[in-house]
Design a protein around this ligand. Structure first.
Ligand code: ZN
Length: 228
């Protein structure tokens, strides 16, 4: 595969120069170019930086698609995806057993069905954990929503709504716990003041590890469900 297959060119009115950026979610390189410049010049720019581009692409953690015999961690439990294809079936059914997702399906490629299941699983469990954590602080969460964001793992609005990335389910427990603690601590302090960090740390199981993991390794959560 040539590097240009993994290159997406975007015109921007704000851009003054060409910039290259690795996108972990889409597993490609974005080349942002000034609005008035030509695509030909952009490609020429990319070509001059092809080594950088190839090197960046090679740093992507290998993809773990939702396919037969792949193993995905779910709240630290290595879980095997086992797919049984049966064309006589009318629907796809997923049994979530201990360490195994047993997928019975009439679809040749049920990965989007598996993703839908995992998002539902994420919503259920991350919502419960968030409410429990808020109760520890004597606060109430208005609503928990689950998103598919590419860089922010969580956010908290001033009216007490918390949103979290569904991909957190693939992270170590301490990292999940840190992100939830962080957003719940915002129910008390809407800033990143010293008081905020004190509350956040007091809610965490392992503040140091969790915070560092999500900062340094969080991007690797994008590998799940990816294909290339
Ligand atoms: Zn924050």
């Amino acid at each position: 595969m040539s590097y240009t297959d993994r290159l997406i060119i975007k015109k921007s009115k704000q851009a003054r120069n060409y910039t290259l950026r690795l996108n972990h979610k889409e597993r490609c390189i974005y080349l942002v170019m000034p609005h008035r410049s030509s695509e030909k010049r952009a490609l020429h720019f990319a070509d001059r930086h092809r080594h950088w581009i190839e090197e960046k692409l090679s740093t992507l953690p290998h993809a773990i698609p939702f396919e037969h015999s792949e193993i995905i961690p779910l709240f630290d439990v290595p879980t095997l995806i086992h797919i049984t294809y049966d064309q006589r079936r009318k629907t796809t059914h997923i049994n979530h057993l201990d360490r195994k997702l047993d997928v019975l399906t009439n679809q040749e490629s049920p990965s989007s069905r598996i993703e839908r299941y995992l998002k539902k699983f994420a919503k259920e469990h991350l919502t419960t954990l968030t409410h429990e954590k808020a109760a520890e602080l004597g606060k109430k969460v208005n609503k928990v929503s689950i998103r598919d964001t590419s860089s922010r793992w969580g956010s908290c609005s001033s009216d007490g709504n918390i949103s979290l990335s569904w991909r957190l389910i693939f992270a170590p427990i301490e990292a999940i716990d840190y992100v939830i603690s962080h957003e719940v601590a915002h129910l008390k302090h809407m800033d990143h003041s010293r008081n905020f960090w004190e509350v956040c740390e007091s809610l965490c199981e392992d503040y140091t590890f969790g915070k560092q993991w999500i900062r340094d390794e969080g991007y690797s959560l994008m590998r799940y469900g990816a294909n290339v």
